[in-house]
Design a binder for this molecule. Structure first.
Ligand code: ZN
Length: 103
């Protein structure tokens, strides 16, 4: 079962990507980040192209707010992946709400 995505700041969203392992990704300005580690209430994210493209882009969130970004992406935006995730979360929310409609 997938958790709902949530807006963390402006155009940033957290998506569940691997519900069996509790994986989540952060979508920020058309790029996807995976969570690297958590420390003192902060989450440290790095671009999902970190290994494949050696992308150096990173960001930090505290609670639901993006507080820092660094590095530049060296590849195309993840627009297709993000729209896929948004669609999947939307479809999942529809199937969940079937039992108890919220509208
Ligand atoms: Zn990148």
């Amino acid at each position: 079962m997938l958790a709902e995505s949530r807006v963390v700041a402006g155009e940033a969203y957290v998506f569940p990507v691997d519900s069996s392992r509790g994986g989540i990704q952060l979508a920020l300005e058309n790029y996807l980040f995976s969570r690297n580690r958590q420390q003192n209430g902060r989450s440290f994210w790095r671009c999902i192209e970190y290994h494949r493209s050696r992308c150096s882009a990173r960001c930090t969130t505290v609670d639901t707010t993006v507080v820092a970004t660094s590095g530049e992406h060296n590849h195309e935006p993840h627009k297709d992946k993000i729209s896929f995730l948004k669609t999947r979360v939307f479809m999942e929310s529809l199937s969940h709400s079937r039992a108890s409609p919220s509208w």
